[in-house]
Design a protein around this ligand. Structure first.
Ligand code: 13P
Length: 252
């Protein structure tokens, strides 16, 4: 049985001051929630204060990116040991916005992934097709390419520690959620692929989140799909009432 996992990807939103207000509200709203892994992924500059605010609370902390080297002359970058020292437990890797705007490739995703695993953090690896790829029936080719490229060289043990997120680019921030069956179809494809690359046990145990316009209104039907194990939430994670409603709706 895979435990549901709901992550809030705040993207480029919330100053440190605003972040604390949101986290304080979330702590109140989610105080009685059990059976779901919950995490928030604020911008780097918020991590320290949010980490302090989450001490002794079940909400975990994630980062939105990481560099692959531990230290050195890499101006502007942040490393896995730095994140770990702050109490970060998860790192989103290969988000489509990073692929689209910041030249992220399968190769760089793979380097980040190895760094995250080396330091005992949990990666959330994002894959997903854009609109023209979907319309030209290339969805499965793109997913295969993203999975094979990003996960290249991982051992079974490493893969079992990772979380995947299927985020169709056309559904991100557009209000167009993939229909639950449409998402389920891709999640099954990913799981079968994991079975081929790794083994059946790994395929069965890895959690696959769906992301793209998830709201309190669609979370229940999405989570009702057998291969959807959680959600990576953007816009609706920026307000405590909507994010906590999604967490509560995610209990299988
Ligand atoms: P939205 O929920 O705003 O569509 O964003 C999804 C996403 O990109 C999460 O990583």
């Amino acid at each position: 049985m895979r435990r549901p996992i709901i992550a809030g990807n705040w993207k480029l939103n919330k100053t440190p001051h605003e972040a604390i207000l949101l986290v304080d509200e979330l702590k109140r709203e989610l105080v009685d929630v059990t059976g779901v892994d919950v995490l928030v992924c604020p911008p780097f500059v918020d991590l320290s204060e949010v980490s302090d605010a989450l001490v002794d609370h079940d909400i975990a902390l994630g980062a939105q990116n990481v560099f692959w080297e531990d230290s050195g002359a890499f101006t502007g970058e942040i490393s896995a040991p730095m994140l770990k020292d702050l109490g970060v437990a998860y790192v989103i890797i290969g988000h489509s916005e990073r692929r689209q705007y910041f030249h992220e490739t399968n190769e760089t995703v793979n380097k980040r992934l190895r760094a995250v695993l080396k330091h005992g953090l949990t990666p959330i690896v994002c894959v997903g097709e854009n609109l023209s790829q979907r319309e030209s029936n290339k969805t499965f080719d793109v997913i295969k390419d993203h999975c094979e490229g990003s996960l290249s060289g991982l051992s079974v043990e490493e893969m079992k520690k990772a979380v995947l997120a299927y985020e169709p680019v056309w559904a991100i921030g557009t209000g167009k959620t993939a229909a639950p069956q449409q998402a389920q179809e891709v999640h099954v494809f990913i799981r079968q692929l994991l079975g081929k690359i790794f083994d059946a046990d790994t395929a069965d145990s890895v959690r696959i989140q769906y992301g793209g316009s998830v709201t309190p209104d669609n979370i229940v039907l999405l989570m009702a799909q057998p291969d959807i194990d959680g959600a990576l939430v953007g816009g609706a994670s920026l307000k405590a009432p909507s994010f906590s409603a999604i967490v509560k709706g995610a209990k299988k």
